[in-house]
Each structure stands twice: as structure tokens, then as C-alpha cells.
Design a binder for this molecule. Structure first.
Ligand SMILES: [Zn+2]
Length: 467
């Protein structure tokens, strides 16, 4: 997936081979240094205000390599689950900061687009590829507040959505059809495509514009794309719930653009629990309300709190927002600690554990401790078989989590930020030392006492019907 405007060629090195990329005809060291600085500055701006999604996406590209093996810039999703950002240093320096931001935003959007629109038939249609360019650049112009495409050597580079619209407008009128106004034309990603298809002569993109338009030029392993994109979206969603207004606006807009006429996107948003941003409370077929609820509650428990209030400088604010792991890796930010305690005495459906494991695995900066318990506490790793035994006690969980008892000769010496208990609720009620950190998930037919308890605790019924 690559943005650009210069001549396009098939890369001569394996784009997933990091060492080969670094060795390949290195650019001038001064240019490389300047390109790297521009890239860092662009990502910092994204994290701060302009695009939480792009910020998270690049945070997941653990290798960001200046290389002349690509003409412009490309995000490579390789089969081993890793993502790379490749950028041509001469190209970046030629573009300057505002151009670099545009291109990086464009590339991040391609990855997200590929996540939502994975249908091979659709992707094989060159008109769809052009529609993607139009949609992406339209959003980039609006979000980044630009009047025009980035300039390279004084000339605009990339697909101009307004030029494509003019051609569409003229084509439809020439054939006695009614064109949409520009705002309607660009409203959603599928709309752009559908309207371009109404043309007698739909335009196709020029091959030189994007490396990703050359079939197979840039590795884009769909599983990796899905993993990285959904993780970036989930973290953006959590940032939105922690009160980052930019993230919320971006996600609402992205949801509206992608859901329309696209069952896959609607389903993916449902699975992520995106509807909660719109205040939707109706359960859907694809995600249970308790799952959205848990994402929301977790976001509030894992919030950074007062660190948001007095940011000393941009970097501090970014780190506080949890926006840039590049920065937080250097800094002393500690991971959030989550304890998940699983009651083995009742019948807990396996899919609840599986779903929780996936959810926790996709939240950045969170470390999870898994415990199973009945009358005693036993740590376990997800996937491991857990055995239930005698009577149930919540007190044994509290005693262990609060550091009063040992398990296998060891005390739990950390302070969790949140404790999730999965249970049918049938055991004597307890009052933990920090009740506001506890989240109770109660299985069907169970007792929701934590809700009625003094103090009341976060509590929700888990629906366990098979989907
Ligand atoms: Zn593109």
C-alpha cells in the first residue's frame, strides 16, 4: 500500500526483508536523518490531534525503515503478523512536513480500508481501487484541513477527489443521468464506488499512482491487516472512551463512511463495540451488549486519570493519552494491570474466556493475570484446562489480589487497576478493599448481588446463548 506520484516500479528487494531493505542503495545520511525527523514529527501530530487511528497504526509498525527500495511510502503487512512502514527518504524530504503527514495518513487509511473491504471481487475491480483513492484523499483533505494535495516539485501529487468528481459529473450529464452533488458523492466509501460505476466510462487509476495498485507489489497479508487494524481501532475506541474527543470524532466518521452497504464493516464495528460511541444500547446479532459494556467499563478503569490534566509538553500529553508507544517505551510509563478471576465451580462457557482473552490481547499497555478459583485460587494461562472443585469463595480472590495470601508459595505483590470476576455469583458477598476496581460478569441464571451490594459494584449479566 503506497502513496506517491513518481514513476512506479516493481520493488527489487523483498519488502518484508528488513535487512535487505536497509542494505539497499542507502540514501544520503543527511537526507535519511531529515526524513526520519519529518516522519517522527508527523506521527507526533497525529497522536496529539489529527488521527488517533493513524497514530495507533504506526505504533504497531515496529519497524519504520527509510529505504530507496520503494519510490514513495508503503505499509507492508507480512505473513508473520508484523507490519513495516517503508518510506523513501528523498520523497519525504521533497514533500516536507505537511506532505509527509498527508502521505502517512493516506497509507494508514489504506490499511484500515483493506480491513473493512476485504472482498476479493471488490478489490479486483480497478474502479474500486480508484474509489478508495478518492475516498481516502477526500478524508485526508478534510481531516488535515487542506485545500490541496501535497506538492512535489511544485506539482500536486495523488488522486484529486474533486477532479474525479468533475469527470463523473460530466460523464453522467453527457449520458442523460443525474449526478449527485459533490458532498453526496464522497459521503461514504461505497457511495464513491457505486457512483463511479454509474459512469459510461468509469475511470481507472493510473498504475503509477500507488504501489498497492500494482498487484502483489506490496505484501498485504489479510490476517495481519485484520489484526493490526482492529487493534488500532480498539485502542482508538478506548482512547475515545477515556475522553479523547479527536479519537471519538474520527471513529464516528470512519464508522459512518465504512458501514454503509458493507456487511463486513458493519459486523467488524459490531464486534469492536463501536456502537457505544453513538450511545446505542440495543444488542445486535454480532456482539452482546455485555461485551460493549465491558469494553466501556475497562476503558474507564484503565484511564490515565490526572496525568491528563497538566501536560508539560506535547510528549507528556501523548504519553498520557497512551497514544504513542514509541514514546512510552522510552519513558517510565508502567503497564496497566488487569486481573481476571474465573469461577470454575459453575458452568462458564468457553467462548466467554476466549473472547476475553482476545479482547485483553488487543489492548495495548495492559498486562493480564488470569486466576481460576473455587474454594482456592489457582493462576492459569488462557487455553490451559482449568479444574473446578469444591465450594466457591470470592474472599479467597480478594485475599490473594490484595496480597494477604500466598499461592504456590508466592504473594501477589502488585496493585491491579481492574479486577474482572467471571462467576454465577453464588457465594457469600464480599467487600473488596477497592470496590470501584472490581467488575463482575454474572452468567445466566446467576445472582447479581454486586449490583445490590453496599457499595454497589460494576456488574453485568453475560449472555451465554450460542450465536
Ligand atoms: Zn493510495
Amino acid at each position: 500500500m503506497a502513496y506517491g506520484g513518481k514513476g512506479q516500479r516493481i520493488p527489487v528487494v523483498d519488502l518484508a526483508d528488513r535487512r535487505a531493505l536497509e542494505r539497499y542503495r542507502p540514501a544520503d545520511p543527511g537526507v535519511i536523518e531529515e526524513a526520519r525527523r519529518l516522519k517522527e514529527a508527523a506521527l507526533l501530530d497525529f497522536g496529539l490531534t489529527e488521527s488517533a487511528v493513524a497514530s495507533w497504526l504506526y505504533a504497531k509498525c515496529h519497524h519504520q525503515i527509510p529505504t530507496t527500495a520503494v519510490d514513495m511510502a508503503a505499509v507492508v503487512a507480512s505473513g508473520d503478523g508484523s507490519c513495516l512502514l517503508l518510506y523513501n527518504p528523498d520523497f519525504f524530504v521533497g514533500l516536507g512536513l505537511s506532505g509527509v503527514k498527508f502521505v502517512l495518513f493516506h497509507e494508514a487509511r489504506h490499511l484500515v480500508h483493506r480491513h473493512f473491504f476485504a472482498d476479493p471481487d471488490l478489490r479486483a475491480d480497478p474502479v474500486f481501487e480508484l474509489a478508495a483513492e478518492v475516498s481516502i484523499n477526500h478524508v485526508a483533505l478534510v481531516r488535515l484541513g487542506r485545500e490541496q494535495l501535497p506538492l512535489l516539485d511544485g506539482r500536486p501529487t495523488g488522486v484529486d477527489p474533486r477532479e474525479v468528481y468533475e469527470r463523473y459529473h460530466a460523464d453522467l450529464l453527457a449520458h442523460g443521468l443525474e449526478p449527485l452533488p459533490y458532498d453526496g458523492f464522497v459521503e461514504t466509501d461505497m457511495r464513491v464506488y457505486g457512483e463511479l460505476k454509474r459512469m459510461r466510462h468509469p475511470p481507472v487509476p493510473e498504475r503509477r499512482l500507488c504501489a498497492h495498485l500494482v498487484a502483489g507489489a506490496v505484501p498485504a497479508d489479510q490476517e495481519t491487516v485484520d489484526l493490526v487494524a482492529s487493534s488500532a481501532l480498539l485502542n482508538s475506541l478506548l482512547a475515545a472512551r477515556r475522553g479523547h474527543p479527536g479519537a471519538e470524532a474520527e471513529l464516528l466518521d470512519l464508522m459512518g463512511r465504512t458501514e454503509d452497504g458493507n456487511a463486513r464493516a458493519a459486523k467488524l464495528w459490531g464486534t469492536l463495540g463501536g456502537g457505544m460511541l453513538r450511545g446505542e444500547t440495543t444488542p445486535t446479532r454480532t456482539v452482546d451488549w455485555w461485551q460493549r459494556w465491558l469494553v466501556d467499563v475497562l476503558a474507564s478503569k484503565l484511564r490515565e486519570g490526572e496525568r491528563l490534566v497538566y501536560p508539560k509538553k506535547r510528549g507528556a500529553l501523548l504519553t498520557a493519552l497512551g497514544q504513542d508507544p514509541m514514546l512510552s517505551r522510552r519513558g517510565p510509563v508502567r503497564d496497566k494491570l488487569l486481573v481476571i478471576a474465573y469461577d470454575t465451580s459453575g458452568s462458564m462457557p468457553h467462548r466467554v474466556i476466549t473472547w476475553l482473552t482476545e479482547l485483553v490481547g488487543r489492548i495495548d499497555g495492559v498486562q493480564a493475570h488470569w486466576l481460576s478459583f473455587d474454594g482456592v485460587v489457582m493462576p492459569f494461562t488462557p487455553g490451559e484446562r482449568v479444574y473446578g472443585g469444591g465450594g466457591t469463595s470470592f474472599q479467597v480472590v480478594a485475599d490473594y489480589v490484595e496480597g494477604r495470601t500466598e499461592v504456590r508459595g508466592r504473594r501477589f505483590e502488585e496493585t491491579p487497576d481492574a479486577v474482572v470476576v467471571l462467576t454465577d455469583g453464588y457465594a457469600p458477598p464480599i467487600t473488596p478493599a477497592e470496590p470501584d476496581k472490581w467488575i463482575w460478569l454474572i452468567t445466566e441464571g446467576g445472582d447479581e448481588w454486586p449490583e445490590r451490594h453496599t457499595p454497589a459494584m460494576d456488574c453485568h449479566r453475560v449472555t451465554t446463548k450460542s450465536r
